[in-house]
Write a protein that binds this ligand. Sequence first.
Ligand code: ADP
Length: 580
Amino acid sequence: MLKWLVRTVHTDDPRALEAALRWLYGFVRPQRSAIGLVMALSLCASLLVLAQPWLTKTLIDEGLLAKDYGTLLQTALLMIAAGLLGTLLAGVNRYLHTRLSGRILFDLRDDLYRHLQTLSPAFYGQRRIGDLMSRLDGDVAQIQRFAVDSLFSALSSLLGLVGAVALLFALSWQLALILALLVPLEVLWLSWMRRKVERRSRILRERSADLSSFLVETLPAMKFIQSVGQERREAGRLQGLGDRYLGDLLKLQLTEFVTQAVPGTLTSWSRAGAFLIGGYWVIEGQWQLGALIAFSTYLGMAVGPVQSLLGLYVAVQRMTVSLGRVMELRREQPEIRLAERRLPLPDSGGRIELQAVGFGYAGREPVLADVSLVIPAGLKVALSGPSGVGKSTLIDLLQRHYDPQQGVLLLDGVDLRQCDPAELRRRVAVVSQEIVLFRGSLADNIRYASPDADPQAVRRAAEQAQLGELIGQLPQGLDTPLGERGGQLSGGQKQRIAIARALLQQPTVLVLDEATSAVDEATEREIIAAVDRLFAGRTRILISHRLSTLADADLYLRLNRGTLSVESKSETAIEENLNG
Ligand code: ADP
């Protein structure tokens, strides 16, 4: 099957396609028994559909025309039974099919999402969120549609086609030769038109992506658009996008209509032809009326499957494009490599050591060059330097969003490359400039990094972060829901929520990266006093442009052009660095 697909699809890289299909098969494999069941049910359903016209034929020829009440009753009862069974089967099949298809879809998406969770900020810096969303949503769904829906529909089409053709020949092989004319004509027409339909639907998908990108881009920027008075321009853009979408939708509808109309017309002509010839035979007494009616029904039933089988080829092509886009994400490698055997971090005070550390982003000047330094446990460290010099990058290294390209970074004597990033990130809490708030209550947001914290601890952390006044103002206190992204809160309030979150996490190293820039100096003093009180004996790193924030540090570090220089008030710090 895999080999067949690889051969069917035009691709520049058959090995990549094979690897992708293997990956996909990994999700289908565990569902084999469910697939078998749905296949068996589809087979029964197809047989039931095929049986209906035959029953009609029996009813007419052997019941009505033969004036046989017994057969009439029997056939009518059989028809009722077949109808009931068909409905039942369709219901069960629909349920099982949706469950199967949903499981595969969600497994695929979970796998991709989990993979995305391992990728670095550098990856997210390069990608548009709209693009990632369309891969996670549209492309994954396209793959799943192929893996389940298209294959099942192909299977039942094949059964339907073979069954209908066999029955047509059984009814009258001479008349069935009409098919020899009808099917090739249909195949030719449909395969010619398919490409046009496909092109039109691709254009429409792009138009729809344009519309959603427009919304993703402009809705969060509404305040800015209002303040620069560009509402009309944006409304005009939306209208333009809508008009283009509608234009392309109409073109697609028209193309699809023409595509369907020709086989439809051909079928009704062949039916008329069959009625003409078959009708003549019936009048002459050479054929039976029921057989003629059943023949005409089967003729109609042979047309649909040809269309969906031809559709399979398009589905394969479409799926390959989506699979390629998904695999491109799947192949993205995490920046950090997890060690086979991970060392636990000792429960000590947060001693940080850099040994000849060098780091730079791909294709850029190095941010850190051969930096060696010791930050003894429990100190309050002020880290300063011009904007864009690499302060946040240094903190990213400390949380292992990246590993240094040269040298070693150690926390409490453990090389960070040897430790588990999740454990490290529990020990090193960072409050950065960009505050992330989620939908949920204020308390939920404070306990985001420590979901098991009890309510008293949450309240204590909130008070230590000077949130008492805000909680008093909110209608339901800590349980007040925050809107998405905390829209109603001021910058300073958001910062204090982030600080409360970090305090609750009880880290060994607390980093405040411009974390109090939006609160007034008096509040900042209180927050920092609380941090000093709570974290006495643990390492605190403060990054700020405000001199007052950095007052009373034990160690002053200045980052400039890839090097770190040390000024210190702490004897031990100076000693360690001289000896180190
Ligand atoms: P600071 O925190 O001191 O303002 P940063 O650590 O944010 O500085 O950035 C240091 C340098 O690295 C800057 O020149 C910045 O443009 C660059 N940089 C930051 N993140 C990335 C990234 N993901 N990819 C490439 N360059 C980056």
